[in-house]
Write a protein that binds this ligand. Structure first.
Ligand code: ADE
Length: 236
């Protein structure tokens, strides 16, 4: 799968792919990353990419025609163009799975300043996403969050496909607490006992306990999604 990032600050993006799981996925040709400074597509002799708002008001807006030129140069029939903005539906793990299984090439437009001319969204963008109810200084971090999350769902990107099972947000539940197998020697930590059922090897009992712990964590931290949980009793 290919991801293209259109940004005025390419260095903010490149570092994220220089280590760990996504670097390995690039080395194994499971992922291809392209980072483009869209300032290159400015017609202006000073490479200007923004202007004041027609309505007045603080902040500059990115020109529509600079992005049109960039998109025409890099997109194809297979491309899916996403703009990151607070004015959108919130991205979630269902979107990540859908995009990982349906799309071959995702282009992220990373806005800066007050954002981009709305006509770019109308004319060229396939989907818009917000990553949370807060305002970032630009779309770069938001696009990296989406790229990371989508990439985990591409077959073979994670070393162990089982890591994707029973994760937080599956069935609107947060994941149960986890602990290392080996002993801990710190007194402060080992004074806290772990659930004894975890180490007894009875997998159906462990599953039932984890389900209960998931429910209470979700109820405590995320009452909003807890209300959507279909309570299912696990028989031991
Ligand atoms: N750009 C600025 N803030 C953002 C957010 N919360 N989500 C997506 N793009 C953004």
């Amino acid at each position: 799968m290919k991801f293209t990032f259109l940004s005025l600050f390419p260095n903010l993006i490149s570092g994220y792919f220089s280590d760990s799981i996504l670097k390995r996925a690039i080395d194994s040709k499971l992922l291809e990353i392209e980072i483009i400074d869209f300032r290159e597509f400015s017609n202006n002799k000073y490479k200007k990419v923004d202007d004041f708002q027609v309505s007045g008001g603080a902040g500059l807006v990115i020109y529509a025609d600079v992005l049109e030129k960039a998109l025409k140069a890099i997109s194809s029939r297979d491309s899916h163009i996403i703009y990151l903005t607070p004015v959108a539906k919130q991205f979630n793990s269902y979107d990540a799975k859908r995009l990982a299984s349906n799309k071959k090439h995702i282009i992220f437009i990373c806005g800066r300043y007050e954002g981009i001319d709305e006509r770019v969204i109308e004319c060229f963008v396939d989907e818009v996403f917000c990553i949370g109810d807060y305002i970032l200084t630009g779309g770069e971090l938001a696009s990296l969050v989406m790229c990371d999350c989508i990439s985990r769902h591409i077959p073979n990107v994670l070393g162990n496909a089982e890591s994707l099972l029973g994760e937080s947000f599956e069935d609107n539940l947060l994941e149960a607490p986890i602990f290392t197998k080996t002993n801990i020697f710190s007194k402060k930590i080992s004074n806290l006992s772990i659930p004894s059922e975890y180490s007894k090897g009875n997998h159906s009992r462990i599953r039932a306990l984890k389900n209960e712990l998931s429910l209470s964590k979700t109820k405590y931290f995320r009452p909003d999604i807890y209300n959507k949980v279909r309570i299912c009793k696990i028989d031991i």
